[in-house]
Design a protein around this ligand. Structure first.
Ligand code: ADP
Ligand code: GLC
Length: 486
């Protein structure tokens, strides 16, 4: 019998994307379909979503969803089977999904995402016509209240799964919002939504969910420690029997160098030399001159998580070692300024595009020699997986999903042709410089570099295995007796 799952999130590719969360949420339905699981995705009715939804039907009308009028619309957009929370007062706005056009978080984010969670729990309890999910699957803090509303709801709760994509975003709000959440008073305890005297959305979801997957095995270990758990390590450790490290997959149709329409030239492992045309195209976009050394790229949020402050301080050294850099990203204002200044200092060697450009990100993976990912922590990371599939060799910090997916080019791995990239320990200028230097040296040995590229391209990072693991997890929860909190 088909298992029906309601997946709840604040973004989904190709409709709304600020990072890897969207890629994963957008890919999960196709990843689970071969396992007889039908995933319907609940997302907010942002303008881009409403515009993409052509034919929709009303599944439910709210006069008062935490004080706002709203509808649940069923339909298809961007190839995804959706339920859209159409609540114009919350979601019909210019700007991004979380912030206004100046980049400031919306002040009512607590209400916007509490409403999303409440709607999800209502659907799981049978509120929407034609839609009776067996299980609810929430992603990150924006969807986490779904599990809490289910737990404190009146009807018998269906099981809930709460995937942590990034524990660094806790969704923490002052205690004053609690009375407005329409939860019973007993929910404002350590067993419920209370967190350090306020309300923690992610904490609430982690406390209530029946299973807690996170997006790589190493990160599942790391978040039990204070350094990575960001204050939630105690709860994670207490609930470790509910914790699962399930590595993200990638969409191998969208990310396929043999058919990617964003490339100047398509190629595969047998025609790697064709990448040269893509490299020329990247050089043109970034106004770079040709060179003998490797062309490094960065495609990233420009934040401390991603170690971009360390890289910003090393651009001169990278150029002095014979490397060139093409950077696409946006984020912290000081980092944007620092990278722009580096491009001015090194015309022809360093090119910087501040902004978000999906098509250009594909071209860069298809043309640059290597991608630099010096993250301080990285729950999974997708850009190294795209890099591996495109023969764009990752140079990355040994943390989280980066450690789980890249085989470091140490001497043995190089000799055994097992290596796929460069990993370094610790995120300091010295550590990163050492890794960049190693990459530049190996780049000088044509055969060794080709072997790195080919080995990475051979690896299977599709959703095949992880889709199966999620399907097995759902089955286990549905067979388990009524959930017992631990
Ligand atoms: P995170 O979700 O922490 O930002 P991931 O590596 O999981 O990191 O996912 C980032 C996703 O966003 C990838 O699909 C990457 O290609 C994309 N991305 C990041 N920055 C940009 C940008 N400036 N332009 C286009 N795509 C970007
Ligand atoms: C988060 C993490 C990233 C992960 C992505 C998708 O944004 O920072 O490491 O790949 O979610 O799970």
């Amino acid at each position: 019998m088909t298992t029906r799952v309601l997946s709840v999130a604040s973004e989904a590719y190709p409709l709304v994307k600020t990072g890897g969360l969207a890629d994963v949420v957008g890919a999960l339905p196709a990843a689970l379909a071969p396992h007889d699981v039908k995933l319907t995705t609940l997302i907010p009715g942002y303008p881009a979503v409403m515009a993409a939804l052509d034919e929709s039907r009303v599944l439910h009308r709210y006069k008062d969803l935490l004080g706002v009028e709203a509808r649940l619309l069923g339909g298809v957009a961007g190839g995804l089977e959706l339920v859209v929370l159409d609540a114009p007062t919350l979601f019909t706005r210019d700007g991004g999904p979380y912030a206004d056009p100046d980049g400031e978080d919306w002040l009512d984010n607590w209400l916007r995402f509490a409403a999303l969670g409440r709607a999800a729990a209502d659907i799981a309890q049978g509120a929407a016509t034609d839609l009776h999910p067996d299980l609810l699957h929430a992603h990150d803090w924006q969807a986490a209240m779904a599990a809490a509303y289910l737990r404190f709801g009146k009807a018998t709760a269906s099981p809930s799964v709460m995937t942590i994509h990034n524990i660094a975003f806790p969704g923490y709000f002052p205690a004053e919002i609690f009375p407005l959440l329409d939860l019973p008073p007993e929910a404002f305890t350590i067993e419920g939504v209370e967190y350090f005297g306020g309300v923690g959305f992610l904490k609430a979801g982690l406390r209530a969910a029946d299973a807690i997957p996170t997006v790589s095995p190493t990160y599942a270990e790391q978040i039990r420690e204070p350094e990575f758990g960001m204050g939630l390590e105690g709860l994670i450790t207490a609930r470790r029997d509910r914790l699962h490290g399930i590595l993200n997959g990638i969409d191998t149709v969208i990310w396929n160098p043999a058919s990617d329409k964003n490339l100047a030239t398509t190629y595969d492992a047998a025609t790697l030399r064709m990448r040269g045309y893509n490299k020329r195209a990247v050089e043109k976009v970034f106004s770079l001159t040709e060179g003998d050394g490797p062309l490094f790229c960065v495609i990233s949020r420009l934040t401390a998580q991603k170690g971009m402050d360390i890289l910003a301080g090393l651009v001169d050294a990278l150029v002095a070692m014979g490397g060139r850099l093409a950077l696409l990203g946006s984020g912290d204002a000081e980092l944007e300024v620092a990278f722009r200044a580096a491009a001015v200092r090194h015309p022809g060697q360093v090119g910087v595009r501040i902004g978000y450009d999906e098509a250009l990100s594909h071209l860069m993976q298809g043309g640059a020699d290597a991608i630099v990912i010096p993250s301080r922590f990285e729950p999974c990371g997708l850009t190294q997986l795209y890099g591996l599939r495109y023969g764009c060799v990752p140079v990355a910090a040994r943390t989280g999903g980066l450690a789980d997916t890249i085989v470091d080019a140490n001497e043995a791995a190089l000799a055994g042709r097992a290596a796929t990239g460069f990993l370094f320990d610790g995120v300091t200028a010295d550590d990163l410089t050492g890794a960049l230097r190693r990459a530049i040296t190996v780049f000088g040995h044509r055969e060794a570099w080709r072997s790195l590229q080919k080995q990475g391209m051979k690896a299977d990072f599709s959703w095949r295995r992880s889709g199966q693991r999620y399907a097995e997890l759902y089955q286990r929860l549905l067979k388990a007796p009524a959930s017992v909190q631990s």
